[in-house]
Design a protein around this ligand. Sequence first.
Ligand SMILES: [Zn+2]
Length: 61
Amino acid sequence: MRDGDGEGPSGSTAPSAPATVDDGSLDTPNCPDCLTRMEPEESPSGEPYWACTECGFIALA
Ligand SMILES: [Zn+2]
């Protein structure tokens, strides 16, 4: 009678999905020039756009 040899039905060591997800990382584009993650910015007129903090590349959101 062997118990605990490998995968047991107890499930105490079952890996759970991490609850922490990078907020907004899914929609954040990378700079086409230097591949740096771009930062969401907003123009004085309220127009959202992406700005690269490395090379200053700007892309409309
Ligand atoms: Zn860049």
